[in-house]
Design a protein around this ligand. Structure first.
Ligand code: ADP
Ligand code: MG
Length: 256
């Protein structure tokens, strides 16, 4: 356990933006739906961390978010749970077996995720994928994970098997899959850039811009959420380019 909840009571929280939604103080404060609530309960967290208190209410209220918080502050749950709640509320993830068309039955699916989570490394993507599965348990949502450094064909085969609702990806491999038309972003409702500062350090910013700008991703009706430990100039620029009327949240101190 990396989260020291008592220490968090003393941590400073800065939050700015128009009409800031009231943060939740407990996981049962907000309506996150029965399925997610049960999955959170099963995780035995007790209390939400500060980034979770604010992030849940911002996301449930449909707002964009730029959140700065240190490693180990519970950011994965902070975006995964409310996104899953929103998708389940909207009832857009349910595609019954009988409604698959002949093409899909014969050749498999083009992945049309409702939520895309971009992350810098294979390890992080696998970790986030695991959490997404955990918190969408007993729901009709399917989660997939794609990353580089491993044969693309295995990932294509598994993407084709079932509809993908949540996709966790590293930028390079996702671009390969987009170019091969195995993934289509036109139905996207939620875009998460996790560990934005690490993506910057690893030189991924041009690929991130390409993914957002060149592959038919919706602009309106898309909720965009950025998470970072630090907030350098390039990340500030990314936020102002791709977030709309966003809430800025900073928990604890921001590094250089
Ligand atoms: P970050 O992305 O901010 O580095 P993670 O999302 O990886 O942090 O979370 C770090 C650890 O804290 C994980 O093991 C996670 O299960 C745990 N955790 C998350 N939220 C809580 C909570 N509210 N209470 C206790 N543990 C939590
Ligand atoms: Mg994280």
């Amino acid at each position: 356990l990396f989260v020291d909840l008592d220490a968090y009571d003393e941590v400073s929280v800065e939050i700015t933006g128009d009409n800031i939604p009231e943060p939740m103080s407990n996981f049962y404060d907000l309506d996150i739906g029965e399925i997610v609530y049960k999955n959170v309960k099963e995780a035995r967290f007790g209390r939400p961390t500060p980034v979770q208190k604010h992030s849940f209410s911002v996301i449930i209220n449909g707002r964009d978010l730029m959140a700065c918080a240190e490693t180990g502050s519970g950011k994965t749950v902070a975006f995964a749970c409310p996104i899953i709640s929103r998708i389940l509320f909207e009832g857009i993830a349910v595609q019954k077996r009988g409604s698959f068309n002949n093409y899909q039955r014969r050749y498999g699916f083009v992945a049309e995720p409702l939520s895309l989570i971009l992350t810098p490394t294979r390890e992080l993507s696998q970790q986030i994928h695991k959490e997404c599965i955990k918190f969408s348990k007993n729901s009709p949502l399917n989660c997939s994970c794609v990353y580089g450094g491993t044969p693309i064909y295995n990932q294509i085969n598994s993407l084709r098997k079932e509809p993908t609702h949540l996709l966790v990806a590293t930028p390079g491999r996702l671009i390969d899959l987009l170019n091969r038309k195995e993934v289509n972003l036109s139905k996207l409702k939620f875009l998460v850039l996790d560990e934005a500062d690490r993506m910057l350090d690893m030189g991924f910013i041009p690929q991130i811009r390409e993914i957002i700008e060149d592959f038919n991703m919706p602009i309106k009706n898309r909720q965009t959420l950025m998470f970072s430990a630090t907030f350098p100039k390039e990340i500030q620029r990314l936020a102002s380019d791709f977030l709309t009327d966003y809430i800025f949240l900073s928990v604890g101190k921001i590094g250089s």
